[in-house]
Design a protein around this ligand. Structure first.
Ligand code: ACO
Length: 363
């Protein structure tokens, strides 16, 4: 019987054009560029314009990933969107994305797992491909957090940004895809990172608006403590499960919340700095979008090759965490173009895999 594996054949990301620097924020709240850089490593972030919503970012990143893969929208079987900031509570944003991209033959599902959503989504997509249920899946991690930030609360508003990243996964019979994973949750710490309304616990009310309960609240120290432990321990466990060591992994792509958290984990696990992707300085924390944006940038830069092994690890609201090792299969690593139309160019229809074999990409 043919086994099915997930090959990552397309990727893309999008961040809104509007860049907000630390100095810009210091004109709004009592903070400084020095404090933000020293405590988080963040230098700037991208905020949407008033007329942009999460589906717009998803569609842009999703289209780039499909173009890169050379996959037509109507050939996508399932659209998965990981986000905690949908356009509306109802309908699910994944259906708007499915429609906006022209994925006329796809099912669509939204995963709400905070910053951990992309890794949960990757594992979910991989399972659907392994069972043979789907041939082609578009997975997007996206957030518009800026519209849920309390711009009077300096402990949160300086840390977050907006953006989206996407990957296209396709079934192949060559061994690749998720090699090992761990999905974790500790609901006892739910209040460490919470937007208390609107929801069925606290529907929209004058009280909610007066008390600003619709904004994101965070116990930074509690999350920091949780994050450092969750990241190091879950990464170690997925490497142990796969019987791989740090030397066997080509690239570590951690959730980009705070440079100090990433540096702590890298030090604990003795990861060589050149193997750790870090772009928090440019985007801040874009929650479910950080890992796919970092992944897309790393692949554009040629930091991983066909046949390479990636480690991804996220943590966030829930509190949740997720880690996985992902083997790149017959990946189309086209050299990145520099022009503005780069991601509009159709991807080549065939690629050379890690064994030097030319394989068609289009199912
Ligand atoms: N500018 C200036 N001073 C500030 C700011 C600011 N923006 N924010 C807080 N401070 C002050 C505090 O009030 C405090 O002052 P005090 O000592 O007089 O009370 C001082 O700076 C130190 O505050 P701490 O909270 O101890 O600072 P810390 O070094 O812990 O850094 C931070 C705070 C950056 C929030 C850190 O705790 C952190 O990164 N936590 C994890 C956050 C995280 O990862 N969240 C996301 C996970 S989930 C997701 O991605 C959605």
């Amino acid at each position: 019987m043919t086994r099915h594996y997930s090959s990552l054949v397309g990727w893309g990301h999008y961040a809104p054009e509007n860049v907000v620097t630390n100095d810009d924020l210091s004109e709004i709240v009592d903070t400084t560029d020095e404090w933000i850089r020293a405590r988080s490593g963040i230098e700037r972030r991208h905020f949407v314009s008033p007329d942009q919503a999460t589906s717009d970012l998803c569609i842009e990143a999703g289209r780039r990933a499909l173009d890169r893969a050379g996959v037509a929208p109507e050939d996508v079987g399932l659209v998965l969107v990981a986000t905690s900031s949908p356009d509306y509570l109802t309908p699910p944003v994944s259906s708007q994305v499915q429609h906006g991209l022209g994925c006329a033959n796809a099912g669509a599902m939204t995963l709400v797992v905070g910053c951990t959503g992309f890794v949960y989504g990757l594992v979910t997509a991989d399972q659907f491909i392994q069972t043979g249920a789907y041939e082609t899946i578009l997975l997007i991690g996206a957030e518009v957090i800026s519209k849920n930030l309390d711009m009077t609360d300096r402990t949160t508003c300086v840390l977050f940004g907006d953006g989206a990243g996407a990957v296209v996964l396709q079934a192949t019979d060559r061994p690749c895809g998720v090699r090992s994973f761990e999905l974790g949750s500790d609901g006892s710490q739910a209040e460490a990172l919470i937007a208390p309304s609107p929801g069925t616990r606290n529907p929209v009310s004058q009280y909610a608006i007066d008390h600003r309960t619709h904004y994101l609240r965070m116990d930074g120290r509690a999350v920091f403590k949780f994050a450092t432990r969750a990241m190091t321990e879950s990464l170690q466990r997925v490497m142990d499960k796969a019987a791989l060591g740090v030397d066997d992994v080509d690239l570590f792509i951690p959730h980009q919340a705070n440079a100090r958290i990433i540096e702590y984990a890298a030090e604990q696990l003795q990861l060589p700095p050149e193997k750790v992707v870090m772009n928090v300085a440019e985007y801040g924390n874009t929650s479910a979008a950080t890992i796919p944006i970092a992944l897309s940038e790393a692949l554009d830069a040629g930091r991983a090759e066909a046949g390479g092994t990636l480690a991804m690890v996220g943590f966030g609201a829930g509190l949740t965490w997720a880690a996985c090792l992902f083997d790149l299969g017959p990946l189309a690593l086209a050299p990145p173009d520099s022009g503005a139309d780069r991601d509009r160019q159709p991807a080549p229809e065939s690629v050379i895999d890690d064994r030097g074999v030319v394989e068609g990409l289009i199912a």
